[in-house]
Design a protein around this ligand. Structure first.
Ligand code: SAM
Length: 287
């Protein structure tokens, strides 16, 4: 299992992923779905879009990998799916258990070790808001291998990712990282072109999850070629921002939410590709 930086939760630096989720497990639904934690969240929209995607697929046996506190599992159980969940955080699994009791099989395990599950056991595997936290490429690869093994031929994999192209639009330290990592432009030079190369900092109103905990974005233009053997079926953008995050006051935030909620934008458009901070990938195991 991957170990990230050891850090102090309150000190404004990033924490180890598992430790973080163990600590926030009891508050996760509040923080992550209501926005009450002050973090911009597209999770509610993600939940809705994934439900629509599932609606278009034959009902089958599902694994919710990185199930968190079990919001999706509750939905799946209520709607007649045979659903199982796994997560490497005991705290998150305990919260899920409170909601689903023993109606769903739950395993405390990391995505790169799904040995609790059989080859080809699932028709659909979900990993919602999980891959951004697997920051080592080798652990990501092992996770995709395990998903491949436990998914049946023709099965569907639904994952979500931070959108690296959004960083071009944030005009902050993540834009700096984009230019450094993709074009090798020196930090100092790229930073001098930005007004806020240090921002957001932990105390900023505009902070997002990745300011607390290390995450890794994906470039949606290259992701389909790096799908570890899965065949790309679709990419849908979500978590729409009408303005770069540093300029987002409460009004802009509300407007973004309204646009997202009204389904009033094309999730495949060029605008969405740059103005949405996350995307959903739908892929198939073709053998
Ligand atoms: C942002 S939460 C998403 C939870 C849930 N899927 C949802 O949509 O609400 C990320 C979850 O992934 C879990 N996680 C992160 N990395 C993991 C890994 N390598 N293996 C298993 N679970 C992991 C965390 O413990 C946490 O519960």
């Amino acid at each position: 299992m991957e170990k990230q930086q050891e850090n102090n939760p309150k000190g404004g630096v990033r924490m180890d992923t598992k430790e973080y989720y163990d600590q926030i497990a009891k508050d996760y639904d509040n923080i992550s779905y209501s926005g009450k934690g002050g973090i911009t969240t597209g999770n509610e929209f993600r939940f809705r879009i994934v439900k629509d995607i599932l609606y278009g697929l034959p009902k089958g046996k599902i694994l919710d990998a990185g199930c968190g506190t079990g919001k999706m599992l509750v939905y799946l159980k209520e709607n007649g799916y045979e659903a199982s969940g796994c997560d490497f955080s005991e705290g998150m699994i305990a919260e899920t258990r409170k909601k689903v009791g023993h109606s769903a099989r739950l395993e405390t395990t990391s995505l790169d070790d799904l040995s609790a599950f059989r080859d080809g056991e699932f028709d659909i595997i979900l990993a919602l808001g999980v891959f951004p936290y697997i920051t080592q490429r080798s652990t990501q690869e092992a996770s995709y291998r395990e998903i491949w093994r436990t998914l049946r031929a023709g099965g569907t994999l639904i994952t979500t990712h931070e959108n690296e192209l959004f960083d071009l639009f944030t005009l902050n330290k993540y834009t700096l990282r984009f230019f450094k990592e993709n074009f090798g432009i020196a930090e100092k030079l790229a930073g001098s072109l930005l007004t806020n190369p240090e921002k957001p900092i932990n105390k900023d109103k505009q902070k997002s999850g990745r300011d607390f905990i290390e995450t890794i974005p994906e470039n949606p233009l290259t992701y389909p070629q790096r799908l570890h053997g899965f065949e790309n079926k679709d990419i849908l953008y979500y978590s729409y921002h009408i303005l770069p995050p540093l300029l987002m006051d409460d009004g802009a935030r509300q407007l973004s939410s309204q646009i997202e909620a009204s389904e009033g934008f094309d999730r495949h458009s060029l605008q969405a590709m740059f103005k949405c901070s996350a995307f959903i990938s739908i892929a198939m195991k073709v053998v």
